[in-house]
Design a protein around this ligand. Structure first.
Ligand code: SF4
Ligand code: SF4
Length: 142
C-alpha cells in the first residue's frame, strides 16, 4: 500500500500556526483542546466573570477561551466528587494561565504514521505575561 500521498496531502494542509487552532482533524484521531473551568477559580484568573440570574450564579471567561457559562453551584458540587467538574471544549486558543489539555477523541484510530501535526499539541506554558501587583501606599509619607 502506498501511503506517501496521504501523508503529503496532510502535510500540505497544515496551518501556519497549528498551536493557535482549537481542533485538529488531520488524521482519524480527531483532537480538541479543552480547558478546566475549575482551574480558572483556583488560579484566581482576572478574566473570570460572574453574574446572578434567577437565583443562580454563573461564571464564564471574558476572553471566551471557553464559550459556555457555568452554574457555579454545579461546578462546586462537582469539585467535591472524585472526577471533579472536568473540562469543556476550548473556543479560542488557551492562554498561559489556563489549565488546558489536548483531548484525542478516537485514540484507537491512530495510524502507523502517527500524528502529522505535532505542533498542535504545544500548549502555552508558564506564567501569565502580566502580573497583578497590589501597591500599598504609606499614608504617613504623603
Ligand atoms: S483566560 Fe483561561 S484561566 Fe482565565 S477565565 Fe479564561 S479559561 Fe479561565
Ligand atoms: S493525532 Fe495529530 S494529526 Fe491527528 S488529529 Fe490529533 S493533532 Fe491532528
Amino acid at each position: 500500500m502506498d501511503i506517501a500521498p496521504q501523508r503529503s496531502d496532510a502535510l500540505s494542509d497544515l496551518p501556519l500556526h497549528p498551536q493557535d487552532e482549537v481542533e485538529c482533524r488531520r488524521c482519524e484521531v480527531h483532537c480538541d483542546k479543552v480547558v478546566y473551568p475549575s482551574a480558572c477559580l483556583e488560579r484566581a484568573c482576572p478574566f473570570v466573570y460572574a453574574y446572578e440570574e434567577h437565583g443562580h450564579t454563573y461564571m464564564g471567561c471574558m476572553q471566551k477561551v471557553f464559550w459556555v457559562e457555568i452554574d457555579l453551584a454545579m461546578l462546586r458540587a462537582a469539585q467535591g466528587r472524585r472526577d471533579g467538574f472536568g473540562a469543556v471544549k476550548a473556543f479560542r486558543k488557551p492562554l498561559p494561565m489556563c489549565r488546558a489539555e489536548v483531548e484525542p477523541c478516537y485514540e484507537h484510530r491512530g495510524g502507523e504514521l502517527g500524528c502529522v501535526n505535532p505542533e498542535f499539541n504545544e500548549l502555552p506554558a508558564g506564567s501569565p505575561t502580566f502580573r497583578v501587583i497590589a501597591r500599598l501606599t504609606d499614608e504617613t509619607q504623603a
